[in-house]
Design a protein around this ligand. Structure first.
Ligand SMILES: [Zn+2]
Length: 494
């Protein structure tokens, strides 16, 4: 018997990620050496945790397994994992001999690469960079004349559509691959093989140090939460077009019910989703990808993970506590830069602090669950200047940063959405993955089907998508109309 699920209007949710839109076109140019407009120096920065943070020390995947678990046959067979927080310690050959789980690391750190990655993401999104970390060769659809999965009229053509192709066709946001570079690659550097086998590379103009405790003797105490086992993250993949792409319908093609139906290859024409004659093949530039994936901030309730048991798909971790010492930052790090022009320096500064103290970055693991919201603050800027009297180069502290960075960075739609999604103070309150609620207790649920998977199944009614992912600024609205907002599906009583 078919199950009937309906939207539960009391249970609205905001999907953990949304997308920063791409602009008309990625702007690229050949980097030029400038001698007048040229800055070298560093930012002194601090980090304050807003939610628990986890970055694994990958030298051992069994550090946080109990003796009992290690003896368990299932643990060996399924390769259960338990990671401690990141530090320079190498646990690969070290066995914990005390009782229970090991003590936390004495000197935890946040790797500079982790911070650098977050800065680059924001820089690319806000200042019209390429999508440097996307897997361009990821195949979104593959049709051959042997395929019988699709309706007959799709038979003949043989082609593949990749993420790289779609980005190329929509403003050229595929990663830079020749001498012309986007604003982000000019600052952060790049290495890429072009199609003809030639490799292009450009060195980075910035270096980010690891973030270490400001005062290890004092801050080292009570830094960590008790280890917890995180649930499996069943994150929808780009194949879910209703979340990852814009509906390929014009204003005149609106469906009376639902949002239409499409894949990366074809769409059904408006209002007729039964007849195969109403299928339209999409062009090389459709459907348009929504943009750059970015996670909302949300609160973490560690209590809900306390009783979780380990399994093949679940890991034990030791999160760093967001409580910290009073309200002060815990870590400091530096961002060194070399030969940036004023605009690039302006942009780099914005990528660190968003020009708005309400905003925060997301770093580390388990971002969809709310982990890793951190506020980065710039305490000081040092610039290399020549001493007019002695002729010697030295680092001088810029005493009036506000004045130095008084030029606005721009007002693009993308920048506005970055600021919206990064806003910690105005974060949505109900962030979670799509899920369904079973009706009566004891209703069997299919193994290997996550709640999220079931939501997407229920969202396809009668051959069309009931809902698509709302745009980021829509989804942030508390009073978003019910036709657009996402709700949990609940089993109908009758
Ligand atoms: Zn680039």
């Amino acid at each position: 018997m078919a199950e009937k699920f309906a939207e539960n209007y009391k249970k609205r949710f905001v999907n953990p990620y949304n997308f920063i839109p791409l602009m008309e076109a990625c702007s690229r140019s050949a980097p030029t050496a400038e001698f007048e407009d040229c800055y070298t120096g560093y930012f002194d920065c601090t980090i304050k945790l807003l939610t628990p943070l986890f970055i694994p020390n990958t030298s051992s995947s069994s550090r946080l397994l109990s003796e009992e678990e290690k003896r368990n046959e299932k643990c060996k067979g399924e390769k259960w994992k338990g990671y401690d927080f990141y530090s320079y310690d190498d646990w690969s050959s070290e066995e914990w001999e005390g009782k229970g789980l090991p003590l936390p690391p004495q000197n935890p750190a946040i790797p500079g690469s982790e911070i650098r990655g977050a800065l680059r993401n924001v820089f690319e999104a806000a200042f019209n960079g390429c999508m440097s970390s996307v897997s361009v060769d990821r195949v979104l659809s593959e049709r051959t004349n042997k395929s019988k999965k699709h309706p007959a009229c799709l038979g003949r053509e043989v082609f593949t559509k990749t993420i790289g192709d779609l980005l190329k066709e929509n403003g050229g946001y595929d990663p830079c691959a020749d001498e012309k570079l986007c604003p982000a690659c000019q600052v952060f550097g790049m290495v890429r093989k072009s199609g003809k086998g030639k490799t292009y590379a450009r060195g980075s103009k910035i270096r980010v140090t690891d973030a270490v405790l400001i005062d290890p003797a004092r801050d080292g105490q009570g830094l960590f939460e008790e280890p917890v086992v995180l649930p499996e993250l069943g994150e929808p993949k780009p194949g879910t077009v209703e979340f990852y792409t814009e509906p390929p319908y014009g204003q005149s093609e609106k469906w009376k019910k639902g949002q239409g139906f499409w894949t990366y290859d074809y769409k059904y024409k408006a209002q007729n989703n039964k007849n195969p004659n109403n299928i339209r093949i999409l062009s090389a530039r459709e459907p348009k990808l929504r943009g750059r994936k970015y996670y909302w901030h949300s609160q973490v309730d560690l209590e809900q993970y306390r009783g979780n048991q380990l399994s093949a798909m679940k890991q034990r971790i030791r999160p760093m506590s967001a409580r910290g010492r009073d309200e002060e930052p815990l870590f400091h790090f530096r961002v060194y830069f070399e030969r940036l022009n004023r605009t690039q320096l302006n942009h780099l500064k914005w990528a660190i602090d968003f020009g708005n103290p309400a905003c925060a970055h997301k770093i580390g693991r388990a971002k969809p669950l709310g982990f890793g919201s951190v506020r980065m603050n710039i305490d000081n800027l040092y610039l290399r200047e020549i001493d007019k009297d002695t002729g010697i180069w030295e680092m001088k502290r810029e005493t009036n940063m506000e004045n130095f960075f008084s030029h606005p960075v721009g007002t693009s739609e993308a920048l506005r959405i970055v600021q919206k999604m990064a806003n910690w103070e105005e974060r949505p309150r109900n962030v979670q993955y799509p899920s369904v609620e079973r009706g009566a207790p004891g209703t069997p649920s299919k193994i290997n089907e996550t709640a999220s998977h079931q939501w997407f199944k229920n969202n396809k009614k009668g051959g069309y998508f009931m809902k698509v992912l709302p745009k980021a600024d829509e989804d942030a609205r508390k009073n978003l109309e019910s036709e657009k907002a996402l709700y949990t599906y609940t089993k109908n009583k009758n």
